[in-house]
Design a protein around this ligand. Structure first.
Ligand SMILES: *Cc1c(COP(=O)(O)O)cnc(C)c1O
Length: 354
């Protein structure tokens, strides 16, 4: 930190993204990207849109917004398109929290929530998970803080039912409840269906996990128009052209590929179930995941050791050096072939440990 950094940023603890190795030899199962390339239609629209790059992008994101609204069954003014869903979350922290109005979230969840809280000097209330790593909705009723919950949660992969989510939204009528649905397409129940009923609900989703556009940075927030207008004010006060032309065009193209999308999701889900079964055969404890990753641990090898040995063998997974989950690794579901190799390497590590 330079001597010029403002004093209020003294305690900053920036988000540490998963490794993005420059040498491509790794089987990359560490940041929950899709193993599938975007459909060919994306390359085509990018070539056309490239011609227009001298012009600013549409600050209203009119086309993508209305396509998304139609896909999700909501109105145009109930959707804000963002530069990754991280940006939507950022706007929500900015808009609805301050030094007095804090944010509550599970103590084991997406690391960015604590980062935003620190950045803005927002008190963070970290609510422990239950012993089985699930979220107890009862812990989230009548809070003083706004609330953000990843559903399915990361890195556990466990999901709340729609009824449980609704109880939280209903139980905090004067607080904003944000449901982060980065992984919802892999088996969760979306709270978008509740948006018309609750004036305090926001839902974020992303094109990064199930729609193969992590590198394009595209996300969305859905909620009633008054909340979306507040978020839009944050956007227009920081970065009005937040979604670039190429990304918007890619997003529109991908949204039209319904069969491609559904096929990929189905494939990931079946590969996830197969991987979980195989890991259990090797003696692993595997949490029941509704996401595109599994969270698993073995009595036979420490979490960090498994992570390091797999890396030596060319397979990258995610290890969190954090109390309560240190023995686990989070493993993104790749292609069937990648998961086969992953399992071979896991077996090798277990053998070596004997
Ligand atoms: C990946 C992820 C995000 C961020 O996704 P982007 O759209 O790529 O910014 C948000 N929340 C959770 C829980 C995630 O895992």
């Amino acid at each position: 930190m330079s001597k010029f950094l403002a004093e209020k940023h003294g305690g900053l603890a920036p988000y540490i993204p998963g490794e993005q190795p420059k040498d491509t030899q790794y089987i990359k199962l560490n940041t929950n990207e899709s193993p599938f390339s975007p459909p060919p239609s994306v390359a085509k629209v990018l070539a056309d849109e490239g011609e227009l790059l001298r012009l600013y992008s549409d600050p209203e994101n009119t086309r993508l917004t209305s396509m998304l609204a139609e896909t999700l069954g909501v109105k145009n003014d109930q959707v804000l398109v963002t530069n990754g869903s991280d940006e939507g979350l950022n706007f929500a922290f900015m808009a609805f929290c301050d030094g007095k109005r804090g944010m509550a979230f599970p103590d084991i969840s997406y690391g960015f929530y604590a980062v935003f809280a620190k950045l803005y000097g927002i008190p963070a209330k970290k609510i422990p998970l239950k012993a089985d790593f699930s979220i107890d909705p009862q812990d989230y009723i009548g809070l003083d803080e706004n609330i953000v919950i990843a559903n399915p949660n990361a890195p556990t992969g466990l999901a709340l039912s729609l009824t449980q989510v609704e109880s939280i939204v209903k139980g905090n009528p004067d607080r904003v409840v944000i449901i982060d649905e980065a992984y919802v397409d892999f088996g969760g129940e979306s709270a978008v269906s509740l948006v018309d009923k609750y004036e305090n609900l926001l839902v974020t989703q992303t094109f990064s996990k199930s729609r193969s556009l992590a590198g394009a940075r595209l996300g969305m927030v859905v909620g009633q128009a008054h909340l979306i207008a507040d978020l839009k004010a944050m956007k227009d006060s920081t970065n009005p052209y937040n979604v670039n032309r190429l990304t918007a065009a890619a997003g529109c193209a991908v949204l039209q590929e319904k069969e491609w999308f559904e096929g990929n999701v189905k494939e990931i889900v079946s590969t996830r179930e197969w991987t979980a079964t195989e890991l259990k055969k090797l003696g692993f404890t595997v949490l029941p995941s509704k996401a595109n990753f599994v969270f698993a641990k073995s009595e036979r090898v420490a979490g960090r050791v498994l992570y390091e040995k797999l890396k030596e063998k060319g397979v990258l997974v995610r290890h969190f050096d954090k109390d309560g989950i240190r023995e686990f690794n989070r493993v993104t579901i790749g292609s069937r072939a990648e998961m086969q190799t992953f399992l071979v390497k896991v077996k090798e590590v277990l053998e070596e440990g004997k």
